[in-house]
Design a protein around this ligand. Structure first.
Ligand SMILES: Cc1cc2nc3c(=O)[nH]c(=O)nc-3n(C[C@H](O)[C@H](O)[C@H](O)COP(=O)(O)OP(=O)(O)OC[C@H]3O[C@@H](n4cnc5c(N)ncnc54)[C@H](O)[C@@H]3O)c2cc1C
Length: 443
């Protein structure tokens, strides 16, 4: 029985272990952190993320989609919160059944680990930090000095991947680029009401777009919301994290910029100073594999900014594709990794680029009347024409469509629909059939 070593028991590593085990492959999965099942999260609070069709497709293949969706809060659209106006809902799709799902990150990770452990060949080893990797021999070194080797190594050790760093220093033609945003992020908490109710509309992803920065909130199963503030780390001219250095400046910033949210954040100051400020960036590298000895997968191969809600969904899609190649090539890892890279790189580059572009859409465009009209037009088109999909829908709800196709098609459509929406303040005068004809002509 072949033996695969997985480095990193995060979302991708834990799901991959299940897929491999289903094929009768023996898996040892090494994780730097302690077992999260033995430890409550920070303050016992939930950090969530949006699960959508590409990720659900992978969970379906291992029989866990229904389990996870029963523990998710559906989000049907973006609820836009202007500074001084009523919130407005923009639907994600005009079609029924097309929505995204807020799931607990640790809840999903734990469910995947529990499922993986049901297979005899799977072994999780916690508190085992990899400190180096020898690309030529496939030998892994731990912080403790111990070394091990398997038939092959799959690195799911995230954006800061140690395996990727080892490859970069040993493989002469290895290319890596990292582009960090000037914005960082901080998580904050909106608890449920004392009566146990949600304090905001529960079936929405809430956005407070403020051009140079923004805040979002996703609902949790315990009826709280996890908010994320995206703001520049530092700036000499604009508001930034380094200018919010005491309770008074934080409270004033939130009162001015998020007046309807500040009252919902009773532990704002405490959370603001106790929660770390995270970094955001895009990492691209190539090649992902080397001689059948090692493969980078998930964030270790293609970390992206979170503005399309696709990092995990894309990593799960990676695993589906890898599994199809194992079906085709058995344990010929060299061939599998080569084909995997050829199939996936063009698509992970596409979604990484779209994720960067979507930052501007979320913090600027969603507050723009022309963009709002375009979203309304897209929704109407989706309600009217079964073959019409907006760019957002192609990325989020079309597991059958490669990201690269969604990007190309979506950009062409976006340009056309933005110009129609800019030229027409009243969409009801439009001849929808001719709009649809123009879209079909785009190819
Ligand atoms: C703020 C934010 C919001 C996001 N929202 C979404 C969303 O809504 N939807 C979505 O699809 N994606 C989202 N993402 C992206 C998503 O979190 C990642 O794409 C996903 O976690 C990638 O999974 P992974 O398993 O590749 O990496 P990770 O989840 O980072 O897991 C890596 C694992 O490897 C372990 N590890 C690291 N180094 C070592 C080492 N040297 N030795 C052993 N183990 C090691 C780590 O401890 C960790 O457990 C978001 C990301 C951020 C930052």
């Amino acid at each position: 029985m072949p033996k695969v070593i997985i480095v990193g028991a995060g979302l991708a590593g834990s799901l991959l272990a299940i897929y491999l085990a289903k094929r009768g492959i023996q898996v040892d999965i090494f994780e730097a952190r302690e077992d999260m099942r033995k430890k409550a999260g920070p303050g016992g609070r939930s950090i969530n993320l949006a699960l959508s069709d590409r990720g659900i497709a992978a969970l379906r293949e291992i029989g866990m989609d229904e389990y996870m969706l029963a523990r998710a809060v559906p989000m049907y659209g973006r609820m836009i919160h202007p500074v001084a106006d009523e919130p407005k809902m923009l639907q994600y799709s005009g079609r029924k059944g097309e929505y995204i799902n807020s799931v607990s990150r640790s809840g999903l990770n734990i469910a995947l680990m529990n499922e993986a452990e049901k297979y005899r060949g799977v072994q999780f080893i916690f508190n085992a930090r990899i400190s180096g990797f020898d690309v030529a021999s496939g030998e892994i070194e731990f912080e403790s000095g111990r070394t091990i080797r398997g038939d092959t190594v799959i690195a799911t050790d995230g954006a800061g991947s140690m395996i990727r760093q080892s490859m970069a220093s040993q493989v002469s033609e290895f290319n890596v680029s990292s582009a960090f945003l000037e914005h960082g992020y901080k998580e904050l908490h909106i608890p449920s009401e004392v009566s146990g109710r949600f304090r905001l509309e529960k079936n929405a992803l809430h956005i407070w777009p403020r051009h140079k920065f923004m805040m979002i909130a996703l609902p949790n199963m315990d009826r709280s919301f996890t908010c994320t503030l995206f703001l520049a780390h530092s700036s000499s001219t604009d508001l930034s994290f380094d200018r919010l250095s005491d309770a008074a400046s934080v409270q004033a910033f939130f009162r001015n910029e998020f007046p309807d949210a500040v009252q919902l954040l009773p532990t704002l100051t405490e959370d603001f100073f106790s929660n770390a400020t995270g970094q955001l960036g895009t990492i691209k590298c190539w090649p992902w594999g080397f001689g059948g000895k090692v493969l980078l997968l998930g964030d270790s191969a293609h970390a992206m900014v979170p503005f399309y809600g696709q990092g995990m969904n894309c990593a799960f899609e990676d695993i589906r594709v890898l599994d199809q190649l194992i079906e085709k090539h058995g344990d010929n890892w060299d061939t599998i990794y080569g084909e995997f890279g050829q199939l996936r790189k063009i698509n992970t580059d596409a979604i990484s680029d779209m994720a960067e572009e979507n930052f501007f859409e979320m913090r600027d465009a969603v507050a723009d009347p022309v963009f709002q009209r375009k979203r309304e037009l897209e929704t109407t088109l989706e309600q009217t024409y079964p073959d019409y999909f907006s760019k957002y829908s192609m990325v989020t709800f079309r597991e059958d469509l490669p990201y690269s196709v969604a990007k190309e098609c979506g950009n062409r459509q976006d340009r056309l629909l933005m110009s129609i929406s800019a030229a027409n303040e009243d969409l009801s005068v439009l001849d929808l059939n001719s709009v649809m004809e123009s879209i079909r002509n785009l190819g």
